[in-house]
Structures are given as C-alpha cells and as structure tokens.
Design a protein around this ligand. Structure first.
Ligand code: ARG
Length: 722
C-alpha cells in the first residue's frame, strides 16, 4: 500500500501545523526484534535476530530501502543495486517516461542494458544505517516544557541530536516520536539520489483490475516494477551523472521459487506510514461522521473532472493518470474504512475498551479523567472538523495552489539566502522539480473546473458563519447570489492575471524570477490566504491549534497509561514511516457473510477476468499467447502460474513494494494491498479478517522472463529453485 503523498511537497518551505499484540498484528521496531524472537521461531522463522538487524555486519535491513522519503518500500535483489517495488510505486516514473510514440506505461518495458535505464529526477532511496534510542536525552530536554512549546523544543533538541550523529559522515538523521511522545528513536540513513527505471510490465498487468479490484481480494495484479540504484565509482551516493555506476549493496535478497502454502511463515520488512491504533471511540465517530465523508465527496469532484479529460486522448490520459490513480486509491480507501468501521462495530469495541480502561484508572489520578477529557475535547471540536478537513482536501486541492505556494515561499527563501551558494542551488533545484511536476499534470479545463466546483461546494457545505471573509468577497464581486458562477468567473480572472498558473507564463517567469514581482499576483494572494496556518488562524482563531495541542497531550497520557497497564507484555507503537518488521503466516479467511477466501490466485483466474479492450481488465497479447501455449517456464505450479497470495501480516500505506520473506530469509513476494473486509485496519486490526495482498515472486519472474525476455535482469538474481 502506498502512502498518501499529495501534501508532501507542500511542506518544503513552510511549516503549517505544527495495542497490545500477538504475532501477525504488530509493526515491530527492527532494533528490538529480539523480544519477538521466540514467537517468530515458533511460527516458522529459521534465522536469528542478528540476521534481521545488525549494525556491525550486513543484515536483511541493508537490503531494504524507502522510496522518496517513504511513500513506498523497495528491496535490493542483485549485487548490482537492482530494486523491486510495486508497479503503483513506480507509476509516476513510468508514466513520466511515456509518450504516445513510446508508451511504456501501456506496453511495458525492460532495459536491455545499463544504457537503456531511465533516470528519474527527484526520486531517491534511503538505506537505514542504524537506530538509537534517544528517549532519555529528548525527555530531559522536554522536562517542564509547556504543551504549547513542546513542538518547538522537540524540533530544537532533535536538530542537536541529528547534528551530533551525522557530523562529517554524510548521513541524514531523523528523531521520530513513538507512542505519542513516550519514546524517541534516532534513525540514521544513507540517501542515494541517482535512481533509474529499469523495467515494468504493461499496466494491463501491473494494474490489472484497476479501481474495481483495488483494496479487494481475490486479486490478479502483477503489481511490480524495477529500479536500479546508482552511485559514484567509490560506491558512494552521488547526484545523477553518466559516469555513475550500479551500486554494490551490503546485502541483497535471494529469491525462492518454492511457493507458499496455508500456514507458512511470512514476514514483511518495510516502511509503514501511519496507523491510528490508539484512536479513541470519539475519534472513530468523528472520522465516520464528520471527516471521511468530506474526503470522499471532494475527491469525487477531482476524479470526475480528470476522467472526462482522460477520455479525450492518449496524450491527456498519460499526463493525468498517475495523479488520478493516487487520488482514486485513497478515495476508495476512505469509502472502505468508513464502511468497515461501522460493519465491524469498531466504535462500540473501543467504547468497551475505554470503559475497562476507566475502571483500571479509577484510583490513578493522572489517568482517571482521561476518557471524559477526550469526550469534552472532541465535542468542542466537532463543529469545525469537516471544515478543517476541507482545507487539505478542498482549498489546497486545485493543482495550482500548492505549486504557487511552493514557488512563492521558495523564491522568498532564495532571496533570504542569496549569499549561501549551496542553499541557492538546493532551493532552485527543488522549485524546478515542483514546477515540472505541476506542469506535467496540468490540464486547463479540468483544473479550472475542479477549482470552481470545490469552491462552490465549500460555499454550500461549510456553515455560513464559518465562511472566510475573502471567500465571501469573491462571491460578492464575481457572482452575487450565484456562487457556482462566481467561482468560475474568479477562476478565469486568476488564470488570466497570474504569472504562475498557466505553464507558458510560469516558464517565462521562472527564466528570471523576481520575488518582489509576486506581491500583487492574484494567485499568490489567493493561495497564501488558503495556506493552512494562515487560513486556520484567520478563520478559527486558536481553536484548531488548541485542539491539536490538547489531543497530543491526552494521547501521550493515554499511551503512557497503556504502557503501564500492559507492562511485561509486548506492545508496538503506531506506524510513523520508520522501518518495521511484521511477521505472521500465509493464511486464508472466511468473511462475515461466510464466504471462504483461499490463499492464492493464478493465471487461470487472470484469464477468467479478462475483458478485451476494457480499461481495467484487458491483457497484453504476449500474456494471452503464453497462457494458450502453457509457456510457464520454471514458474508453474499445478499446471498454471501462481499470481497473488495473502498473509495475515500487519501492514499499511508506505509498505507497498515491501518484500515478503519466508522463514529462510528468501524473497517470496511483494506486498501491495489490503483487503476490503478489514479496511478499518489502520484504526483497529481485526485478526479474523485483516490480510495483506502480495504478488507471488514467481509471477513477477514469469512476466519478466517469459513475457518480457529480460534475460539480462533474470541473470542478476540469486534464484533458489527449492
Ligand atoms: N491499494 C493499493 C495501495 O494502497 C494501491 C493499488 C493501486 N492500484 C489502483 N488501482 N489504484 O497500496
């Protein structure tokens, strides 16, 4: 599952706002995995904890990378830096390299030599060097600091810790917060920025089933793509250069063709982005009733407008499809999450747990009122929750807004840093990348329509007494009494008068940009007023930030209390885009409706879903042909090719592309999705229903080898036949 990354770009130049488990459930910190070892062994793991995580010699952690800061995970599979990840993780890189004349998104592509591999500007991977527990140093620094000042102070001490740990070694460091501020760990990374696209199946394989099958099992998707890490001749990270060479990793994963059966040990090693397992019943209610419906409704508007355009030509489809897929993915996620939170009675389940907790806490003054405090806090915030969600999903959603903000704040940073050559180069490069990605997915008709419709929805859906003044002014000036028309007119005005919206004008302006010239640009004035920090302060005063500060305070207390209550048992912290291990088994399931779901699918199933010419269920001729001739190579099982399988491992967005590893440490698949029956999983892990959907490594190799004739790549792999 890949993480939501829409907002990532926004955070570059400006800072806006500032469970008890058995195996299968749980995302464990690799450094502490020894604590789980007995259980892992019992379930079928045959290696040692040191084989998983070791800072003194190569271990499996050295074969795992995060992509682009954690939107996905990849694994090194050859001694020449070859990396496997999901197709949907490579989607942007694949579509950016596609044109109607050389349409690798639709036709697939395997580089025949290093020279054929395609640079992907902006993409980077990080290896984890080590983890340090820095809880003591951080908590000492935070001792006595007020809730309101905690964020700033944490930032300052983290900066010191990172500076100490990375001095002179070229590494990056991050201090991450665990258990909502009860523990802190330092993560040290080595970052490689020359990453090249090496291969991908046609999207009819890589995205087979499309949005219809997305988030559902049984599945028949070949969700993989292939990249390579390049470094300089000394094996060190270096920006793209024709002189760079494939990187020799400390460790790469061997591949097993043995396959899987029900009950087999399976472990997933990667970068889960975010879970909310300690969310209270009050938070669950707010999600289902206030916030998720807003997300779904607003994403609908964007998806419809893009789809209309995408149907017009291949060229437009290639331009918009990556953005479309990303928004569609979490559109369906929130529909499923809401449905399953209700179907599995998660609110009621949490209420029971909280009643238990309150009983336990009755004689502990620090915790006795916690649930009451949560209740009051959420009740006070409820009237504004939908509006708060509208900021990210509505006000910031038109493509130009983020681009304008980043360009504007970027140029401001540039003018402040004129004398710092390194900063100038870095900021210039970042602005350029942001502008390019904006222009790459620009479509005037869709973009204008989306802006006008989102704003008209704001006008009708947000209570009148919460409307921002500047939005009222727009309606009065451009179409009194007819907000839909007013925002259309206003869009025309912005497009005609801004230097930053229309790609040609943007490019011309950026030839010789002047920050001072932007002060009166109408798109700058508009975008700055929807900058969340500025907008929230103007419209809500301190209501939003107070809620966030107080919630952080209660969360820290609640998780501290749970750590105390469950002392002596294993607990895992929420996902936070740091490296984790999840382990469990290949496992079938039976739904609430008593439908049994077997552990795997195969090529016969792919063919059964095949619909010629369909946008989601079409197949490439090469596949149909190989199927007809039973050309299965060494990848067959029971007279067909295995395609996908499921395990009960605990993953979430960010884990997409993660290796699925057997008890011997061999790669057996790539994790890529979750199942519909457990879409509430990020908030409550349901052991009966939650499964991880993986592409079988034999399907990956069959596609590369038999369909793609990628002998050169297959030759690099360490393939174990049994
Ligand atoms: N649901 C998958 C995930 O979050 C992504 C699948 C991409 N496919 C698609 N049809 N959008 O990782």
């Amino acid at each position: 599952m890949n993480k939501i990354k829409t907002l990532a770009l926004l955070l570059l130049f400006t800072c806006f706002f500032t469970t008890l488990a058995m195996a299968d459930e749980g995302m464990w910190i690799p450094m502490l995995i020894g604590k789980n070892y007995d259980q892992m062994k019992k379930q079928g793991f045959k290696l040692t904890p040191e084989d998983l995580y070791n800072i003194n010699k190569a271990s499996i952690k050295d074969a795992i990378v995060s992509l682009g800061g954690g939107f996905c995970t990849g694994e090194v599979v050859s001694n020449h830096g070859l990396v496997f990840t999901n197709h949907h993780c490579g989607y942007e890189a694949i579509s950016a390299n596609s044109t109607p004349q050389n349409d690798i998104l639709d036709s697939g592509f395997y580089a025949k030599s290093y020279a054929d591999e395609k640079p992907v500007p902006g993409l980077y991977v990080q290896f984890l060097v080590r983890i340090d527990d820095v809880t003591q140093r951080v908590t000492d620094a935070l001792n006595g600091v007020s809730d309101a000042d905690r964020g700033m102070k944490l930032q300052a001490i983290s900066k010191d810790i990172v500076a100490d740990a990375t001095k002179g070694n070229g590494y990056d460091g991050v201090v991450n917060t665990f258990f909502s501020g009860n523990q802190y760990f330092l993560f040290i990374y080595q970052k490689f920025t020359d990453i090249r696209l090496v291969g991908a199946p046609p999207q009819s394989v890589g995205k087979f089933g499309g949005d219809t099958d997305n988030w559902e099992w049984p599945r028949h998707t070949g969700d993989f793509s292939i990249f390579r890490i390049y470094g300089n001749k000394d094996g060190q990270p270096a920006d793209y250069s024709a002189d760079n060479v494939p990187y020799t990793p400390k460790k790469f994963l061997p591949i097993s063709l043995k396959g899987v059966k029900n009950g087999d040990f399976a472990m997933i090693y990667g970068y889960p982005g975010r879970t909310d397992r300690f969310l209270t019943s009050y938070g669950v209610k707010m999600a289902t009733e206030e916030t998720s419906p807003v997300i779904v409704k607003l994403r609908d508007i964007r998806l419809k407008a893009w789809k209309e355009e995408m149907n017009k030509s291949v060229d437009i489809r290639l331009k918009l499809s990556s953005k479309y897929a990303e928004i569609a993915n979490y559109w369906k996620y929130f529909i499923g999450q809401t449905e399953q939170l209700k179907a599995l009675n998660i609110y009621e389940q949490k209420q029971r747990e909280e009643a238990d907790f309150t009983k336990w806490a009755a004689d502990k003054p620090a915790y006795a009122n916690l649930m009451d405090d949560y209740k009051k806090l959420y009740a006070g915030y409820a009237p504004y929750a939908a509006h708060r969600t509208f900021i990210n999903e509505g006000l910031l959603a038109p493509g130009f807004v983020i681009n304008v903000l980043n360009t504007y704040y970027g140029l401001r940073a540039l003018s402040n840093q004129k004398d710092n050559a390194a900063a100038v180069a870095d900021i210039t490069k970042q602005i350029k990348q942001i502008n390019e990605s904006y222009i790459g997915a620009y479509n005037e008709i869709a973009d204008k329509k989306i802006f006008a419709q989102l704003m008209a929805t704001y006008y009708t859906d947000i209570p009148q007494d919460q409307h921002a003044d500047f939005i009222e002014t727009i309606v009065k000036k451009y179409g009194p009494g007819n907000p839909a028309e007013a925002f259309k007119q206003f869009a025309d005005y912005l497009w005609a008068n801004s230097k930053l919206i229309d790609p040609e004008k943007l490019k011309a302006f950026m030839q010789n940009p002047s920050f001072d010239d932007l002060a009166n640009d109408p798109a700058v004035i508009y975008s700055v007023s929807v900058n969340p920090r500025i907008y929230a302060k103007n419209v809500f005063g301190s209501k939003i930030s107070d809620f966030e500060t107080q919630k952080a305070h209660l969360d820290r207390l609640y998780e501290q209390a749970l750590l105390e209550k469950n002392a002596g048992t294993l607990m895992y912290p929420d996902a936070n885009s740091t490296m984790r291990i999840s382990y469990g088994n290949v496992q079938d399931y039976t739904s609430k409706e008593n439908k049994h779901f077997p552990i795997k699918t195969d090529l016969d199933g792919v063919m059964a879903k095949y619909k010629a010419g369909d946008s989601e269920f079409d197949l490439p001729p090469s596949l149909i042909n190989a199927y007809k001739h039973k050309n299965f190579g060494q990848y067959a099982e029971n007279g067909t090719v295995p395609v996908d399988f499921i395990t009960n491992d605990d993953i979430t967005g960010g884990n997409s592309g993660s290796p699925v590893i057997n008890g011997d440490g061999e790669l057996i698949g790539l994790a890529f999705d979750g199942n519909w029956e457990a879409m509430s999983g990020d908030i409550a892990f349901d052991k009966k229903y939650k499964r991880t959907i993986c592409v079988d490594i034999r399907y990956v190799l069959w596609c590369m080898d038999i369909l793609g004739h990628a002998n050169n790549l297959i030759g690099e792999l360490d393939v174990h036949k049994n």
